[in-house]
Design a protein around this ligand. Structure first.
Ligand code: HEC
Length: 168
């Protein structure tokens, strides 16, 4: 186990501890609690949804993004990497209700949004690609292998928080 995996599984167990906190919303931007702190402290916010509580943040989301995604999806966005910036603030504005990139490197033109509005748990091209269940282009990380279940769950929670932030 890498220390990233260890800290992730710790945060995830914290998330499950918080699974009873139905209705408790994250107090800040999703993922902010653990930003820069090594990420073992923040329990995720949860919200009620069909089938029980849905995690809406993950303290380690920034670390997971840094490790797996920001090699390519940096700020300013690079047209060869689908022009997607997962680094700068307010990622919800670049993901939620935003259609796939229609430039030359885009493999998902006209195939829907990166994250869909108003759906929890979050759905969309972002979610499909990180689960390697995409219908267009490659799974992410590009040319890499699938992230661990804990890492995928962390980014799913982060994405849920972005969808919540934008609202229905
Ligand atoms: C080595 C570079 C690289 C890395 C690392 C990478 N990507 Fe990508 N990403 C690409 C390229 C190239 C495309 C365009 C081709 C495609 O969609 O398969 C893309 C496309 C995407 C898209 C679709 C964007 C659109 O508008 O069509 C999403 C969402 C995405 N990546 C998410 C991620 C996530 C999440 C991670 C980390 C888990 C990640 N990527 C890691 C290179 C990368």
């Amino acid at each position: 186990m890498t220390s990233l995996e260890q800290s992730l599984s710790l945060s995830l167990s914290l998330l499950f501890v918080c699974a009873g906190c139905v209705g408790a919303l994250p107090s800040g931007p999703p993922g902010a609690a653990g930003a820069g702190a090594g990420g073992t402290t923040g329990a995720g916010g949860t919200t009620a949804g069909a089938g029980g509580a849905i995690a809406t943040s993950c303290a380690d989301a920034q670390n997971v993004l840094l490790y797996y995604c920001l090699n390519c999806h940096v700020s300013p966005p690079q047209p060869i990497y689908a022009n997607l910036d997962l680094q700068s603030p307010n990622p919800e504005r670049r993901l939620v209700g935003v259609p796939a990139y229609d430039g030359a490197s885009g493999a998902c033109i006209g195939q829907g949004n990166l994250l869909n509005r108003g759906t929890l748990p979050a759905t969309g091209i972002f979610i499909d690609k990180m689960n390697f269940t995409q219908r267009c282009g490659s799974g992410m990380p590009y040319l890499g292998s699938k992230m661990s279940d804990a890492e995928i769950a962390c980014l799913q929670a982060w994405a849920n928080g972005l969808v919540m932030l934008v609202g229905p």
